[in-house]
Write a protein of this length. Structure first.
Length: 549
C-alpha cells in the first residue's frame, strides 16, 4: 500500500436476494468490464439454486463502492441494465460475477410461454419440479422446450407476484384435481419464500482505490476460490480503449478449444504471457507490482503469446498425441512449450524429437509437482537455451515411472498413461465387435468412461474404455466373448488372451487378470520408452503428486 493511501476496512453486511437484484436493476451494482465473461455451465447454475433453497452458503460477494467511474458491462445475465445513476456512488462487483449473473439472468427474466426466442437463451430458463422429490438436486432443471407443465415452476415467476399468480391460474385450469393443484401451489409458495428470504453476505469496500480493492479481494479469498492472477492484472491495467488481458486470454483459450482440443488451463496461458513478456517470476503473487511495471509489455506480448500457445497446442496434439487438453499432465509444460515455440516456431527434427522425449520424461515423473518459482525459472532458462540452439534438454531420469500405481485422473502419471494408451491402441472395438473412436469419447466424457473390470482394484490395468449394451457391465461383457471369433476385441484393448481366460475363471482369476494385463501394458510402455531413449528402472512404487500450483 502506498503511503498516501488510507487503510481500507471491509464492511460485511447482509442483504436479501431481492435487494441485490433491485440494486442491479437500478444500475447501482455493476460488473466491471475487466471481469471474465459468464462461463458457468448449466449444471453449476442448477446447483446454485439448489444450494439457496437448502440454505447452504454460496460465498460472499465483494462490492467496491466508489465515486470513480469504471467501464462496466451494460448487461448482466443476458439482460440489459440501465446506466449508473448520475451523482451517486456505484458498487462494482469484484467477486461473484458468475453467481450474480445466474441470479439476475434467471430471476429477472420476463416470464414467457414457449421455447426461448434465442437458442442461446435456454440456459436462463430454469424450473423447479414441484412434485415429491426422490432425486435430490434434480428438482431444479432446464426446460428447453418451454412447454407448459403444471408441476414445473419457472423461476422467472418467483420474484414478481403478478407473474406468480398468472402462472398458477394456468395450473388451476390444467390440473383437474383441486387437492393436487393446492399441493403444487403450497410447494411453489414455500420455494419462492426460501429464494426471496435467502440472505447474502455482501462485503463492501468504501472509497478504496482499485489497487486496494484487488488486494483486499486476494486476501479475503486466500483459502477459497481466488480471482485468477490474470483477472487481478486485468483489473489493475484496464484501459477503456483496449480489451482486458482476461478477455484476450479467454479468446486464446476459446480459439484452441474450437480446434477440438478442448480448453487449455487459462492460468498457464497467462503465465506463458508473463514469460514471453520478460517477467522472471511467473509464479509471483504480487500482481499489483507486475501490473505497474509490465502493463504495456503484457499487451504488446499478446500476439506472440497467441501464436506460441497455438503452436504448443498443435505439438501436444500431433507431436505427442495428447487426445485432449484436459489430459495435459502438468500445466507448467504448456508454459515451457509456449516459450520454446515463441523462440523457435520451426524446430529442427532433432529439436522436435528432444522435445517429445522431454514431454514424456517430465510426464512420467514428479518433475513439476508442487513446482516453485525457482524450479520454473530454472526450467524456463533451460528451455530458452534449447530453443535458441545453444543448449539441450536434460530432464531428470531418476524418477521416471511410466505406469502409475493407481488410476487417479488428478495425477500427472495417470494423465500421461491415458494419452499413451489412446495412441497405443487407437482402433477399439465394443462388445459387439463394432469400432468406436476412443479419442472422440475422451473429448466428451471424463472419469465415467474409464470403467472397472473387477471390483476393488485401483490399478490402471483394471480400467477399460469399453462401451457395452444397456445393463451389461464390463466384466459380464468380457466373459460373454467367444474366442477365436472375438479375439480381435481383446487385442484392441490390450488384453492378453491368457489374462482373459483367468478372468473367465472368476475367484482368484480376477486378480491374476489385472496382474497379467499390468505386465503386458508395462512391456508395451517400456518398449515405447526405449524408442524415446528413456531408461525405466525398478518396479512401481506409487503415483506422482498432483500438479499443484
Amino acid at each position: 500500500m502506498r503511503a498516501d493511501q488510507a487503510e481500507i476496512r471491509p464492511d460485511p453486511t447482509i442483504a436479501l436476494v431481492d435487494d441485490l437484484l433491485g440494486g442491479i436493476g437500478r444500475g447501482e451494482i455493476r460488473v466491471p468490464a475487466f471481469q471474465r465473461p459468464f462461463v458457468w455451465r448449466p449444471n453449476q447454475m442448477l446447483e446454485l439454486f439448489d444450494s439457496i433453497e437448502r440454505g447452504y452458503p454460496i460465498g460472499s460477494l465483494l462490492l467496491w463502492r466508489t465515486n470513480q467511474r469504471v467501464p462496466s458491462l451494460d448487461s448482466i445475465g443476458g439482460l440489459p441494465i440501465p446506466p449508473p445513476p448520475e451523482g451517486r456512488q456505484v458498487s462494482y462487483l469484484l467477486d461473484g460475477h458468475q453467481r450474480v449473473s445466474t441470479l439476475f439472468g434467471v430471476l429477472n427474466r420476463p416470464l414467457r410461454d414457449g421455447p426461448p426466442q434465442n437458442e442461446a437463451d435456454w440456459i436462463w430458463q430454469i424450473y423447479r419440479d414441484l412434485r415429491p422429490d426422490p432425486l435430490g438436486s434434480d428438482r431444479y432443471r432446464h426446460h428447453r422446450s418451454g412447454k407448459f407443465l403444471p408441476h414445473l415452476l419457472p423461476l422467472a415467476a418467483v420474484m414478481r407476484t403478478r407473474d406468480f399468480l398468472r402462472h398458477f391460474q394456468r395450473v388451476e385450469l390444467a390440473v383437474k384435481d383441486p387437492d393436487q393443484a393446492d399441493s403444487l401451489i403450497r410447494e411453489a409458495e414455500a420455494v419462492a419464500q426460501r429464494i426471496k428470504g435467502y440472505k447474502l453476505t455482501l462485503v463492501r469496500l468504501d472509497g478504496a482505490s482499485i489497487e486496494q480493492a484487488v488486494n483486499v479481494y486476494a486476501r479475503l479469498n486466500r483459502t477459497g476460490t481466488r480471482m485468477d492472477p490474470d483477472q487481478m492484472v486485468s483489473a489493475l491495467t484496464y484501459r477503456k480503449e483496449q480489451p482486458s488481458l482476461a478477455s484476450r486470454i479467454d479468446d486464446i483459450v476459446a480459439a484452441v478449444a474450437d480446434t477440438g482440443f478442448g480448453e487449455l488451463p487459462r492460468q498457464a496461458v497467462f503465465r506463458a504471457l508473463l514469460a514471453i513478456a520478460g517477467e522472471n517470476d511467473i509464479m509471483s503473487p504480487r500482481w499489483n507490482l507486475v501490473a505497474n511495471y509490465m502493463q504495456n509489455r503484457l499487451h504488446d506480448a499478446l500476439p506472440q503469446t497467441d501464436r506460441a500457445v497455438h503452436l504448443a497446442a498443435r505439438f501436444l496434439r500431433t507431436g505427442v498425441n495428447l487426445p485432449q487438453a484436459k489430459f495435459l499432465p502438468y500445466s507448467h509444460q504448456l508454459v515451457l512449450l509456449a516459450m520454446f515455440f515463441h523462440i523457435c516456431p520451426e524446430p529442427s527434427g532433432w529439436q522436435y524429437d528432444r522435445l517429445r522425449r522431454w514431454f514424456w520424461v517430465t510426464s512420467w515423473s514428479s518433475a513439476f509437482a508442487g513446482a516453485t518459482s525457482t524450479v520454473l525459472r530454472k526450467a524456463l532458462v533451460e528451455m530458452e537455451t534449447f530453443a535458441s540452439g545453444t543448449g539441450d534438454l536434460r530432464p531428470d531420469l531418476s524418477d521416471v515411472q511410466p505406469m502409475p500405481g493407481a488410476f487417479t485422473l488428478n495425477s500427472a502419471r495417470t494423465k500421461a498413461y491415458v494419452a499413451w494408451e489412446s495412441s497405443e491402441f487407437p482402433r477399439r472395438l465394443d462388445m459387439l465387435g463394432q469400432p468406436f473412436d476412443v479419442v472422440k469419447l475422451l473429448e466428451t466424457a471424463d472419469i465415467q468412461i474409464f470403467r472397472h473390470v473387477v471390483p476393488k482394484d485401483s490399478r490402471p490395468a483394471n480400467r477399460l474404455i469399453f462401451p457395452t449394451t444397456p445393463n451389461i457391465g464390463v466384466l459380464a461383457a468380457l466373459k460373454g466373448l467367444n474366442l477365436p471369433k472375438d479375439e480381435q476385441i481383446l487385442e484392441s484393448h490390450g488384453i492378453p488372451v491368457k489374462a482373459w481366460r483367468r478372468l473367465c475363471e472368476g475367484g482368484n482369476g480376477n486378480q491374476i487378470f489385472v496382474d497379467d494385463r499390468t505386465e503386458f501394458l508395462e512391456q508395451r510402455l517400456r518398449a515405447f520408452a526405449d524408442r524415446l531413449d528413456v531408461p525405466v528402472f525398478g518396479a512401481i512404487e506409487g503415483d506422482a503428486d498432483d500438479d499443484s500450483e
